[in-house]
Design a protein around this ligand. Structure first.
Ligand code: OOG
Ligand code: NI
Length: 458
């Protein structure tokens, strides 16, 4: 007799919770951040009954309390492709390719996350996963040394490898296996204060790029931040000092708007943590792990995204602002060209929407009133409502800003290398999903459902 298999959604939720508990132990300030975000979210929902109703009506409140993303950095193709298999067993799949080399960070990345509607609603846990681009280390000898060090390590426990093979064979886990899987995988992301290299090697790699030292000199890809989702990032940024947290200077992403779009993020600087180097009892410090908060808005269509990119580029041509208030003012001026009402966002196809039969539509349907014969008429007569689809992904310019605020103040020069999605996908072992296709499908499916409920012919 075989036991019933646990849903990957349950495994992802358990894993996300286990990561959060571990990170709170490792970085106590993360606990302060969770408290701050919970306080702000409660106050925001109390002060804005319409927002609370919107969240409640669309079951977003339940995911809000557990919602977070994490970030890790790996060193080899084998590590990346094994992670893909691990995350698949938790219902997380690679979405989008991000090239950070243009911003002077020698990595390229994807985000593992759930992709279907029910799984996103349940727990949208995402992990931003970067692969070091060793070929961007200029010095031959150092590059060879880094590759040799990486070839020596196995970031997975034997138990984790065994369970991945079992899970793939069975098509999932029974509850006992699922529990063991979560705890074995957790080990991969744990912080180890013992570096695997001596101090000299650490220094040499650190001098090539701080990030290279972070990826190469430790036993595994320690989780470097976990980010809760706030409903009001301006309030969160302002409240951080009161919780003993110093935020980075400016909030990344679009400005504050009536209708939030994409993603806004702020972080606090990486901690200096003690490390012990190999082959001596020498100790030193390493800075890698930090805290971050994000606010999520509507997913944009390719057309909306192009407008966002254009306005962001324009805003970055102005001299940098001294503080967040000035930065937000400049940004808001540039973004006045981006429509901020739901009708225009929808009519101009700038954002994706989820359609559903409205409360009043349901009442009229129950009374036996005939529904309009076309979708447009049903929309116009308020039988169907449209709610923005939440952006579930990341932004390369913002990600670069987050990386950089943790790499000391000296900005790194852009690498003169091409972005290389096909090399990344080769390392990953499969192509990444296209985020626009995923949002477009959510939108189309919701329209189809509403149409069927009202008996409107296609
Ligand atoms: C990842 C930085 C990117 C975000 O939220 O954009 C990121 C890293 O530092 O490894 O997490
Ligand atoms: Ni992040």
């Amino acid at each position: 007799m075989t036991l019933p298999l646990v849903s990957p959604d349950d495994i992802r939720s358990a894993f996300s919770q286990a990561m959060s508990d571990m990170y709170r132990q490792e970085v106590p300030q993360y606990g302060d951040l969770l408290k701050l975000v919970a306080d702000i979210n409660r106050r925001t929902l109390e002060a804005d009954p319409a927002l609370a109703a919107q969240f409640g009506a669309h079951d977003e409140t339940s995911r809000l309390d557990v919602e977070r993303h994490g970030a890790i950095r790996v060193g080899t193709a084998d590590e990346l492709s094994m992670l893909r298999r691990v995350f698949a067993l938790m219902g997380m799949f690679p979405v989008s390719y991000y090239d950070l080399s243009a911003a002077g960070v020698p990595v390229h990345s994807t985000a593992f996350r759930p992709i279907d509607e029910a799984s996103l609603k349940r727990n949208p846990f995402r992990v931003f996963t970067s692969l070091l681009r060793l070929e961007l280390i200029e010095e031959d000898e150092l590059r060879r040394q880094a590759a040799a060090i990486l070839a020596e390590r196995d970031i997975f426990t034997p138990g984790a490898r065994e369970l991945v093979a079992i899970g793939e064979r069975q098509g999932g886990f029974d509850s006992d296996q699922a529990e063991r899987f979560v705890s074995e995988i957790l080990e991969t992301f744990r912080w180890h204060r013992d570096a695997t290299v001596d101090h000299g090697t650490y220094r040499a790699l650190h001098d090539a790029h701080r990030l290279v030292a972070d990826v190469v000199c430790f036993r595994g890809p320690h989780i470097n931040h976990l980010t809760p989702r706030t409903l009001d990032i301006d309030a969160a940024q302002a409240a951080m000092p009161g919780y003993g947290i110093t935020p980075k200077a400016v909030i990344e992403g679009p400005p504050r708007r009536q209708r939030p779009i994409l993603l806004r993020q702020t972080s606090f600087k990486a901690l200096e943590e003690p490390v012990r180097f190999a082959a001596s009892d020498e100790s030193g410090t390493h800075t890698a792990r930090f805290g971050e908060i994000e606010q999520r808005g509507a997913a944009l269509t390719p057309k909306g995204r192009a407008l966002y990119d254009e306005l962001l580029t324009r805003s970055r041509q102005a001299p940098g602002a001294a503080d967040n208030t000035a930065h937000q003012r400049q940004l808001s001026e540039c973004f006045s060209a981006f429509p901020d009402d739901p009708q225009t966002l929808r009519r101009d196809a700038l954002a994706y929407f989820r359609y559903r039969v409205s409360e009043s539509g349901r009442q009229r349907l129950a009374k036996g009133e005939p529904a309009p014969s076309s979708l447009d008429a049903a929309m116009a007569a308020d039988w169907i409502e449209a709610i923005p689809i939440t952006y579930e992904d990341f932004l390369p310019v913002s990600a670069a800003g987050i990386f950089q605020s943790n790499l000391g103040d000296a900005p790194h020069q852009a690498y003169a290398s091409e972005s290389n999605q096909s090399a990344f996908e080769l390392a990953l072992g499969r192509p990444v999903h296209d985020q626009f296709e995923l949002y477009a499908r959510l939108q189309a499916d919701s329209l189809e459902r509403a149409r069927q409920q009202l008996g409107i012919q296609a």
